[in-house]
Design a protein around this ligand. Structure first.
Ligand SMILES: Nc1ncnc2c1ncn2[C@@H]1O[C@H](COP(=O)(O)OP(=O)(O)OP(=O)(O)O)[C@@H](O)[C@H]1O
Length: 369
C-alpha cells in the first residue's frame, strides 16, 4: 500500500500545490487523482516517485518511508507514463521498451524478447518493433509508453494524463486496453486525469482534488456519483451524474418481453400471434435471431414496409442499466432491444420497464446501505 500521510508541498515561490493530503492507495487497484487544472495532481504523483520532494508529511510504500530508499531503486519499482509518451526519439520502439531492463543489466536478447512480449500485451503489432517513435501514431506511441513502463514488471505504475493527447476513439481503446492489462497484472496504479469520465471508468478509487491541493472526496466511483461530498464535487461530476451512476447497476433486472420478436421469414399466422396490444411494433430478426429492425405489426402482415432502424441493443445480463436505458432512449419505438452474448435477440423492454428496474435497483442499494 502507498500511504500519502498529511502531505504538503509548497514551492519556493510560496505556492501551496498540495495541502495536507492524506490518501491510502490500495495495492492491486487503480486509484485516480482527478480535479481541475492546477489542483496539484501532477505534484502529488511526482512526490510518490520523488521527482518532487515533499515539504511536510510523509509517503510510505508498504510501511517504509520513501525517503529512506535509494531514489533509483524506488523509481525502478514504479513505472511512469506521461502524456505524449515521452519516448526517446532516436531509439527504436523495441529499444525504448527495453530501456529499464537494459539499465537493470539484462542482456540484449532477453530485453528484446521482453520488449516484443510487451508489444503484444499492449496491443501493438510486433512488426513495429524496428520503427522509430515518429513513425507511429499518437495512440501507438502511448501504448509504447505503457509497455516501457511495464518492462521491468514494477509493482507500481504512475500514469500522468497518459491518454489526454489522443482523440476520443483512440482514447477509449487505450482505456479498455489498460483495464484489460490491469485485470491480468493487478498493478498498483495511480492515474492522473482532469477528465471525470475517465476517472469514473478507470478508478477503483477516485480522489477528487480542489484548487490549492486539498482533497474534496475520496471514494469509489459509484459512491462519488450517489453521494458527492459537497457542491464542488457535485458540480465537477456534471449534470448527468444520475444517468452515469446507472453504469454501476446491471441490466439483469430488466424484465424482457420476447413476444414481439419475429423472424424475417415468419408467416402471417406467426406474426399475428406475436402482436401485443400495448405495442404497435414487432422486432424483426434474421433467421439466426439477430435483430434487423422494427416493423409496424399491421404492415408486416402485408409485407410492404421497410424496417425502422433499432439504434443499438444491450446485452442482457452483462450490460448496465445505463446501456439499457440508452438503447430505449435512442430507439425510435421507445423500446430497447436486448441480445445475448452472440448478438441474438432475447427480448425487448419498454422505457417504463427500464424505469421500474432503475427504481428497484436504487431501492435495493438503499436497503444495502
Ligand atoms: N515548479 C513550480 N513552482 C511553483 N509553482 C508550481 C510549480 N509546479 C507547479 N506549480 C503550481 O502548483 C500548483 C499545482 O500544480 P500541478 O501541476 O501539480 O497541478 P495539476 O493539477 O497537475 O494541473 P494540470 O491538470 O493543469 O496539469 C499549480 O498552481 C502550479 O502552478
Amino acid at each position: 500500500m502507498i500511504l500519502i500521510d498529511a502531505v504538503t508541498k509548497r514551492y519556493p515561490d510560496g505556492t501551496t500545490a498540495v495541502d495536507r493530503l492524506t490518501l491510502e492507495i490500495p495495492d492491486g487497484s487503480i486509484t485516480v487523482l482527478v480535479g481541475p487544472s492546477g489542483c496539484g495532481k501532477t505534484t502529488t504523483l511526482r512526490m510518490i516517485n520523488r521527482m518532487i520532494d515533499l515539504t511536510e508529511g510523509r509517503i510510505t510504500l508498504d510501511g517504509a518511508d520513501i525517503r529512506d530508499q535509494p531514489v533509483n531503486a524506488l523509481r525502478r519499482s514504479m513505472g511512469y507514463v506521461i502524456q505524449n509518451a515521452g519516448l526517446f526519439p532516436h531509439r527504436t520502439i523495441a529499444d525504448n521498451i527495453a530501456t529499464v531492463p537494459r539499465l537493470l543489466g539484462w542482456d540484449r536478447r532477453q530485453a528484446k524478447t521482453r520488449a516484443l512480449e510487451l508489444m503484444e500485451r499492449v496491443g501493438l503489432d510486433v512488426s513495429l518493433a524496428k520503427r522509430y517513435p515518429y513513425q507511429l501514431s499518437g495512440g501507438q506511441q502511448q501504448r509504447v509508453g505503457v509497455a516501457r513502463a511495464l518492462a521491468a514488471d514494477p509493482p507500481v505504475m504512475l500514469m500522468d494524463e497518459p491518454f489526454s493527447a489522443v482523440d476520443p476513439v483512440v482514447r477509449k481503446g487505450l482505456q479498455d486496453e489498460l483495464l484489460r492489462i490491469q485485470s491480468e497484472l493487478g498493478k498498483t496504479i495511480v492515474f492522473v486525469t482532469h477528465d471525470i469520465d475517465e476517472a469514473i471508468k478507470l478508478g477503483d478509487m477516485v480522489a477528487v482534488l480542489r484548487e490549492g491541493g486539498k482533497l474534496a472526496q475520496y471514494a469509489p466511483p459509484s459512491e462519488l456519483l450517489s453521494a458527492p461530498a459537497d457542491p464542488f464535487v457535485e458540480d465537477f461530476l456534471g449534470v448527468d451524474r444520475g444517468v452515469r451512476r446507472l453504469s454501476f447497476f446491471t441490466a439483469a433486472g430488466v424484465e424482457l418481453n420476447s413476444v414481439p420478436v419475429v423472424a424475417v421469414d415468419s408467416g402471417a399466422g406467426q406474426i399475428a400471434e406475436r402482436m401485443i396490444p400495448q405495442m404497435p411494433y414487432l422486432l424483426v430478426t434474421d433467421t439466426e435471431g439477430r435483430p434487423l429492425g422494427w416493423a409496424e405489426g399491421k404492415k408486416r402482415m402485408s409485407g410492404d414496409e421497410t424496417l425502422i432502424p433499432y439504434g443499438h441493443s444491450f446485452t442482457a445480463g452483462r450490460d448496465s442499466l445505463r446501456a439499457a436505458l440508452d438503447s430505449a432512449v435512442i430507439s425510435p419505438t421507445g423500446w430497447a432491444v436486448a441480445v445475448d452474448e452472440n448478438g441474438r435477440a432475447v427480448g425487448v423492454a419498454s422505457q417504463e420497464t427500464i424505469a421500474a428496474a432503475i427504481r428497484a435497483a436504487h431501492a435495493e442499494r438503499q436497503a444495502d446501505a
